[in-house]
Ligand binder design. Sequence first.
Ligand SMILES: [Zn+2]
Length: 259
Amino acid sequence: MIYKALKQRHITVSLWAAGVLLELPADMERYVHHLTQPLRSPPSVVREVEQADDMQGGRVPAYTAPPVAPPSDGPPVVTVDHLYSECGGDTQGHEGDWPWRCERCGQLVADLLTTLRVGCHDHAPHGQGGLTFNDVFVLGNMKCDTDTTDDHPYSPAAFIRGLESRGVPTRKVDRHDTAAVRQLAEVTSAPTGEERAAGRGRDEAVTVANENIVWGLERPIVVYLDNVWDSLCCADPTGRVRSMSRSTAQVIWVKYVKR
Ligand SMILES: [Zn+2]
């Protein structure tokens, strides 16, 4: 639509887009260039994103090697097993079918954040603070809208209860709340450090959101709530690309493990 409107006006412009699947007019395809270098995530995260069905199947172009080798592999991806049983097996306190319906998973992730010193203000080497709760995205294919009731199958209420029971403040972001989404972007990319700091200072909390509203954004820590059984032996078609790839450092992968 944008392309056609600009072409009719004989306007030449370069458009950058993130997280889109393009359906292009044939006469435009030769002008398209894909930025495929993994500039955001460390190699440890890139390897997991590359396993996504979308990337394996070619719907999303594969990564290419960066021109300069990354200085390190990055921290290894940490996994939390969400145990699910349809036939009464021991799930070790996990409940609900999907991870976002599980309070126990929320507690385990909160413990990991504590281990990573997120939200702790007791260490500030050289005058710099550590990671805050604003540096964390919790992402998956759940519904975080204000009209989603807590008992809705896609509500993350139980997972949030688990986080908050261990002292981790949370903020759900409604996909229709453009002001809230804009604020997430300001924390990421406001033009000055002062503005980014102001964005970070507002309501320090872990952001819980559907993976489809954070395209183009990033955080040091991404908690990815998977909803594909590991026993199906297939990669999540979209979640890895849309969630894990938001991470600039650490991924915590809550895996859906059927017993
Ligand atoms: Zn669980």
